[in-house]
Structures are given as C-alpha cells and as structure tokens.
Design a protein around this ligand. Structure first.
Ligand SMILES: Nc1ncnc2c1ncn2[C@@H]1O[C@H](COP(=O)(O)OP(=O)(O)OP(=O)(O)O)[C@@H](O)[C@H]1O
Length: 202
C-alpha cells in the first residue's frame, strides 16, 4: 500500500497543496485531477520519490521511501511527461534496453500490444509523437512493477491508443496492481477514484 501523509508542496511561494493525505491499495486506480498548474505533476514526482515535499511523507508498504528505496524502485514504474525513451534506438532496442530480462518474444508481444507492429525496427526519432508515446507505454506490457505512476500517459495517443492503454491499466489493477495517473482526458471508468487538487488561487 502507498500512503501519502500530510503532504505540503510549495512552489515559487505558492502552496499547491497542504496536509494532503490519501492511500492507494492493491487493485486501485487513482486519477489526480485539477486545472493546469494545480500541482498534479509535482504531487506525482513526490510520490515517485523524485522530489521532496516541504512537509509530510510518503510510505510504501509501511516504510518511508527513504527506508524502502531499493524495494520501491523495483515495485515502481514511473512514466513522466516526456516519453523517456532513447531516440537513437529502435522501438525494439528500447524495450531491450529497459527490459533486457524479458525474452525477445515478450518484447515483440509488448510492441504488438502497444500497436507498433511494422514499426519495431524504425529509429524512435523517425516515429510520430503518438508512436513515440506508444513505445514508452509498451513498457507497461513487460513491467512487473506493482505501482504504476503515469503522468499524462494519454498525451498524443489516438482513439485506439487510448483504448489499448485503458485496457492495460484495467488489467493491471484487476491483477492486484495499482495505478496513479494524471490526465485531462475524461476517463469513462467507474473504477477510478479521483483526488482533486484545487487551484490555490481560485
Ligand atoms: N521545479 C519547479 N520550480 C518552480 N516552480 C515549479 C517547479 N515545478 C513546478 N512548478 C510550478 O508549480 C506549479 C504546478 O506545476 P505542476 O507541473 O505540478 O502542475 P500540473 O497540475 O501538473 O499542471 P498541468 O496540468 O499544466 O500539467 C506551476 O505553477 C509551476 O510553474
């Protein structure tokens, strides 16, 4: 279980959120919602251990991230705003780089799952924005991480890509995984719990 405990985040002397507490349990999908600039990415980065809250703490399986760092890194898959893939490599080579422990057949399957059949051997720099996003998301087909933290994963995806990703997130939570995401897309899923960050200025 992930516990956010009384998190306070301040940027440029503006408090984005204060004393924010919530938990995410196995099998849950949570959408962090709010207007542009409300602090969604800031919150996700804190949850992923990439930045620090001014106050409060994040616990994974009952321990602070500091104390559970190694296990947390194994259990977490973070996909940020940027695709975070290597543009000089092909789609297949990217999956080999990030998931060399998976069999080649699994990597091909992951690319097929993400809708990249026919583009496996093209350098990523020559793919469209949506295809590049699909390469990053193909990692979700291979990852054994329990917790996925996804910042705007639907960006640049077409309708088919959105559907594939939605199905993949649902499969993950059905199997006991956890998903925390931000998106400005309406999510037509009854199983998603929302955490809404109010704009401190409004
Ligand atoms: N490293 C930083 N230094 C200074 N200010 C920052 C930093 N990161 C974010 N901010 C500010 O914090 C506020 C919240 O940014 P954040 O990216 O968390 O918002 P968001 O809710 O994800 O927005 P969007 O929906 O536009 O992606 C913004 O006003 C931003 O300028």
């Amino acid at each position: 279980m992930l516990n956010a405990i009384k998190l306070t985040c301040t940027r440029d002397e503006r408090t984005l959120f204060s004393e924010l507490s919530f938990s995410v349990s196995a099998g849950e999908m949570v959408q962090v919602a709010g207007q542009n600039g409300a602090g969604k990415t800031s919150l996700l980065r804190i949850l992923a251990g990439l930045s620090q809250a001014e106050e409060g703490d994040v616990h994974w399986q009952g321990k602070t991230l500091r104390r559970s760092r190694d296990i947390y890194h194994q259990d977490l898959l973070w996909l940020g705003h940027q695709p975070g893939i290597k543009t000089v490599l092909t789609a297949f080579e990217n999956l080999s780089f990030f998931h060399g422990d998976c069999a080649a057949a699994q990597r091909w399957q992951a690319l097929a799952g993400a809708g990249l059949v026919g583009f496996e051997d093209v350098p990523v720099s020559q793919l469209s924005a949506g295809q590049q996003r699909r390469v990053a998301l193909a990692r979700l087909w291979l990852s054994k991480a329990k917790l996925w933290i996804l910042d705007e994963p639907f960006t640049a995806l077409d309708v088919v890509g959105i559907e594939k990703l939605t199905q993949q997130m649902m499969r993950h939570t059905r199997e006991g995984g956890m998903v925390i995401l931000t998106t400005h897309q309406p999510l037509a899923l009854s199983c998603v719990r929302q955490i809404v960050l109010q704009d401190a200025q409004s």
